[in-house]
Structure formats: C-alpha cells, structure tokens
Design a protein around this ligand. Structure first.
Ligand code: NDP
Length: 341
C-alpha cells in the first residue's frame, strides 16, 4: 500500500521534501466482525485547508480542521471504490467520496457526514472531489446561504478561477448578478470571462493598485464579496463595498503560509458602511448535500454549468500538486489520479 506520509509540522511555505512516500502492506480483506469499509482510492483532492492541518496544532485553527498526525498518511478528500465492507450501508463495488488517506487503500470508519455514497455516475467521477463534492458544497452554501444574494446585485469573487470560485461566479450569474473575478494569470482571467461567464475579470498580480481596479469594475460599489484570499485584497475590497454590503469569508489562502499574518488597515470601513462579515465552514452545511445535488445535477446535464479541473497522474504527483495551490499553479480544481477503477 503506497502512502504519502506527513513527517513533521510545517512553518512557512511547505516543500515537497516535507512529505515522504513509503510502501507498507495491507490485508485486502477486513477482519471478521469489522464494521469498517475497505476502499481503493481512485481520485484524491488537493485543498488549501490541508495547509492548516500541516501547521503546528493550534486550538483556534484546529476548531476548523484537525491537525495531521505525524508519521501517518496525509488525510484528504477523495473518490474511492469499496473493496470489502462490514458496514450495512456499503457493499463491494460501491463508490463513495469523503475522507481517506493519501494511499492506495484505506480502511474507513464511518462517522456522520464523513462519507457520501455516489449514486450518479453519468457525470465524471472526478467531479466528486470538486463540483459535486466539498468545494461545490462550499460555493453553494457560501453563496446562497451566507451571502443572501438578490438579482441585480454586484458580486466580487477572489481566487475566482479555482475549485470554489469558478462555481460561485456561475451561481451568481444564474441569479442575475453582475460578477467580477480576480485571478493570478492571463490564462485564468481569460477563462473567467470566456468560459465561466464573469462580466469582468482582472489579474491582481498585474494591477498597480487593487482599490482602483475594483473602483474601475464597480463604480457604484460591491454588494457581495466572496472572500477566498484575505490580506491586501480584503483591504482593497473594504473601501469599495457598498453600504450594507455582505462579505462571506470562505478562506484566506494568502495568509496560510505566513508566520505573522498581514494587517488589514481599512477595518473602520466595516462600521462606516455597516458591512456584514461572516466566516463559515462547509462541513456545517453538509445536511444540505442532497438538496445541493438536486439543484446542481440538472444544470450539469443541461450544460448550464462548466467545471475546469487540473488533474495530475499518480500518487507520487500529490505533494507537488498540493503545494502548487499556494503558488497559483493549478488552473481549476486540483486533483490527482491514483487509479481509474
Ligand atoms: P483554488 O482552486 O482557488 O486554489 C487556490 C488558489 O488560490 C490558487 O490557484 C491561487 O490562484 C490562489 N492563491 C494562492 N496563493 C495566493 C495568494 N498569496 N494571494 C492570492 N491568491 C492566492 O482553491 P479552492 O477553490 O479549493 O479554495 C479557495 C478558498 O476557499 C481557499 O481560501 C480555501 O481555504 C477556502 N475554502 C474554505 C472552505 C470552508 O469551509 N470555509 C471550504 C473549501 C475551501 P491565483 O492564481 O488566482 O492566485
């Protein structure tokens, strides 16, 4: 059983050498009386929150996600096939998505919402790491539940071409909003405008002054900011918000690798403009997963929603794919293939 092991807690930007590849043996049959599920991992997902799990245990950060255990395989989300099962809900050959180790085979202990059975296979299976999995639920819950959007409102999305952002933009367009996204390359900006239907987009790395860029895109101000990056972008957004605007804090990827987080200067604007800011965690919305599928599957089948994935081959490609997220290397949802069936 080839595995990617997490050896030690990380400070600053992680390096590939911070993760080790080893091979152990595993019995491909569960012991008699086991209530676990043994799966073969097919697609594994790279997600920014995993950096938080790699940091030194910290009660505040770990109230969002638990720390990794040193010497154990990395844990992440994946799509897997059941090889053996002692659990009444799963039988050999079933497909599921949820938390597994970064390894070829994992023995899963099911807890509430830890795993979901995959019942719709007329769409790409890899979508259950993105569009039909955790990032899709994040975009859905974050936009519809946290932002309380209305037709005609102005919406800004950062890290807009990523796993979550590309969907937030498309949901906002479906709602009849005016939508602008920021991303870190020309290729991504082109995708936003040409593939995902954003009204406007800019490359934040090439703008002299982010506040002026936002002013140019939103002369009347921003009603909703879907926050994925934090730092300088948040500062620039605050002064461009409309009065009574809403900010859904989904993530702050620009801060995850910093030893000291950046200061945000324009906080008094929250008071002057009576802005509502709310952080959220997707896991708290998992009870809405089947409602989300009922909403999103018809849109996929009818071609109303597009989803771009960045897929690398092999378990060995996992570490560099994961670390690439923090340098903007991924174009769309980052995942890797361990096995195709
Ligand atoms: P993405 O697919 O968007 O990948 C990460 C992207 O972040 C990179 O491609 C890069 O895009 C951008 N980025 C990286 N470093 C920086 C930086 N220093 N400054 C600005 N942008 C940067 O990831 P996801 O869509 O999976 O996640 C997006 C956000 O949502 C993250 O902050 C994540 O933590 C959060 N999240 C929160 C959840 C929750 O429950 N609250 C659940 C899931 C995700 P670019 O080239 O455009 O810079």
């Amino acid at each position: 059983n080839k595995q990617i092991i997490f050896p030690e807690y990380v400070s600053g930007f992680p390096k590939e050498s911070d993760l080790n590849i080893t091979t152990t043996t595993i019995d491909l049959k569960l012991p008699e009386g086991s209530t676990s599920v043994l799966v073969k991992n097919l697609y594994l997902s790279c997600d920014p929150y995993m950096r938080i799990c790699m940091g030194k245990p910290d009660p505040l950060a770990n109230s969002l996600v638990p720390p990794y255990i040193t010497g154990e395989p990395i844990v992440g989300l994946g799509v897997s096939k059941v090889i053996d099962s002692g659990h009444p809900d799963y039988k050999k050959g079933d497909l599921l998505w949820g938390l597994v180790g970064w390894e070829e085979y994992t023995v899963i202990t099911l807890t509430p919402y830890s795993h979901f059975k995959i019942n719709h296979t007329d769409v790409p299976l890899s979508y259950y790491t993105g569009l039909l999995g955790m990032p899709g639920m994040t975009a859905y819950a974050g936009f519809y539940e946290v932002c309380s959007p209305k037709k005609g409102e102005t919406v800004f999305v950062s890290a807009a071409s990523g796993a979550v952002g590309q969907l937030v933009g498309q949901f906002a367009k479906m709602m009849g909003c005016y939508v602008v996204g920021s991303a870190g390359s020309k290729e991504k900006v082109d995708l936003l405008k040409e593939k995902f239907g954003f009204d406007e987009a800019f490359n934040y790395k090439e703008e002299q002054d982010l506040s002026s860029s936002l002013k140019r895109c939103f002369p009347e101000g921003i009603d909703i900011y879907f926050e994925n990056v934090g730092g300088k972008m948040l500062d620039a957004v605050l002064v461009n918000m409309k009065s009574q605007g809403r900010i859904a804090v989904c993530g702050m990827i620009s801060q995850y690798n910093l030893v000291d987080t950046e200061g945000v200067h324009n906080l008094p604007t929250i008071l002057y403009k009576r802005i509502k800011i709310q952080g959220f965690r997707v896991f708290d919305f998992y009870d809405k997963y089947s409602k989300f599928l009922d909403f999103v599957l018809p849109h996929i089948r009818e071609g109303n929603i597009t989803y771009i994935e960045d897929i690398t081959e092999g378990l060995e490609s996992g570490p560099s794919a994961l670390l690439g997220l923090f340098h903007g290397k991924n174009v769309g949802k980052q995942l890797f293939v361990v096995a195709r069936e």
